[in-house]
Design a protein around this ligand. Structure first.
Ligand code: MG
Length: 170
């Protein structure tokens, strides 16, 4: 019989959110995929809104500092940086804390371009980066219904939830 350590709960959840301004001219990088689009996301790194939100969800789940504290956007080393680097650090921290990723659910908020042709490729990429199966990654896209900065096409955002399970055996 084992007792549960309240500091090592069997499950933990994480929540991530990110947004970026959009500028004219593609491609638009989402989940490390360069989508042929008329817009691109503006940012200090590669401005991958979905990987940024996913990174923050993983970091938050283990109560680690957020992406902005680990990878400041005024640091030269992070200029145009591949966001897969940020996610790799977050995944490392999840594992170091004694957890594994059980599932992810995410939503992209953007008026354009049409995301549906790319959703499964994004899921596959995210699954690969997290070392899980594609059926552990939920992803959908919503438009802003022409309302606000998302709806006007001025910005893109992403929300991500992640569930972790403890890898402790005792
Ligand atoms: Mg960002």
């Amino acid at each position: 019989m084992h007792t549960m350590n309240p500091n090592r709960p069997p499950f933990r959840i994480g929540l991530g959110y990110d947004s970026h301004r959009l500028g004219n001219g593609g491609p638009l990088r989402i989940a490390a995929i360069d989508i042929d689009a008329e817009v691109h996301a503006i940012g200090h790194s590669d401005a991958d809104v979905l990987l940024h939100a996913l990174t923050d969800a993983c970091l938050g789940a283990v109560a680690a500092p957020d992406i902005g504290r680990l990878f400041p956007d005024n640091a030269d080393e992070n200029r145009d940086r591949d966001s897969r680097d940020f996610l790799a650090e977050a995944v490392h921290r999840v594992r170091h804390a004694g957890y594994r990723i059980l599932n992810v659910d995410a939503v992209i908020l953007a008026e354009r371009p049409k995301m549906s042709p790319h959703i499964d490729a994004m899921r596959q990429t995210m699954a690969g980066l997290l070392d899980v199966e594609i059926d552990q990654i939920g992803l959908k896209a919503k438009t802003g219904e022409l309302v606000g900065p998302i709806g006007s096409g001025a910005a893109i955002a992403a929300r991500v939830a992640v569930m972790l399970g403890s890898t402790a055996t005792t």
